[in-house]
Design a protein around this ligand. Structure first.
Ligand code: 3SL
Length: 254
């Protein structure tokens, strides 16, 4: 298994696709997607374009859908909520499909939708992703951070490092054997340095500061928690994610 880390969707190779792609947007899209499925959403459908989201979700029964829209950290007018994982309570989510579009996170998911397996991962479900990789052993893995409008994001890179760190113990492979690029080693070093101070790191991150200016401190606290849930959002059809346990057994060999 070779794991490559890309800080933004713009950095992924355009001439190949991996066996497994992991989209990360710790603040906050992949945390929210995980929380929504954990709270009982039937599926999460991700869009980079708001108009497309409205067009597709209009065809869905109103009582079975929720629309989440975020731009610049704030809720889009007319949507049921913005992009807070704290809004993903069982009473709102159970049995409904969440249609979501966010500034960067859903774009990262869209950029890897052609991979054989696509996961949405955050700090809260890091170990679930590691368990999946250790059990299925895909040959090529891309971890794709969402960044912020094309630039590096600390919170996504530390999550990539958290995955690589735990993957070494789960597989018995050394970092030098697992790492597919230099970014994978740098991400692991970031996690080794900050793994016991994740909230502090998120507060230093430029998007963390942006969210704190928007009074989203509780969201940062939630997003900074490691290994809180075993829910693993996995692409079922392009753009549609369901909890992995709803899918047939993995198609990679153990
Ligand atoms: O950029 C994104 O996709 C978002 O997750 C940003 S925010 O945390 O909702 O502001």
């Amino acid at each position: 298994m070779k794991v490559s880390v890309f800080h933004t969707p713009e950095q992924i190779p355009t001439d190949s696709t991996p066996d497994c792609a992991i989209a990360i947007d710790v603040l906050r899209a992949t945390t929210t997607i995980t929380a929504a499925l954990h709270a009982g959403a039937e599926a999460v459908q991700a869009f980079s374009d708001l108009d497309e989201l409205i067009r597709v979700s209009d065809a869905w029964p109103a009582h079975q859908r929720l629309r989440a829209g975020e731009r610049g950290g704030s809720q889009v007018d007319g949507f049921d909520f913005g992009n807070s994982p704290l809004a993903c309570t069982p009473d709102r989510m159970a049995g409904r499909r969440l249609f979501i579009s966010t500034t960067n996170g859903t774009r990262a998911l869209t950029s890897v939708k052609g991979a054989t397996a696509v996961l949405a991962v955050a700090l809260i479900n890091r170990q679930a992703a590691v368990d999946y990789l250790a059990a299925t052993r895909p040959e090529t893995v891309w971890i794709v951070g969402s960044g912020w409008e094309g630039t590096f994001a600390l919170e996504d890179t530390v999550c990539a490092g958290a995955i690589l760190d735990a993957l070494q113990s789960a597989t018995g492979l050394a970092l030098g054997d697992l790492a597919g690029n230099d970014e994978a080693i740098a991400a692991t070093a970031l996690f080794v340095e900050w793994g016991d101070r994740l909230l502090e790191l998120l507060q230093h991150a430029s998007h963390g500061k942006r969210l704190m200016r928007l009074n989203c401190h509780e969201d940062l606290v939630f997003c900074a928690q490691l290994d809180q849930v075993t829910t693993l959002p996995m692409q079922h059809e392009p753009g549609v994610l369901v909890a992995r346990e709803q899918l047939a057994p993995a198609h990679f060999k153990g």
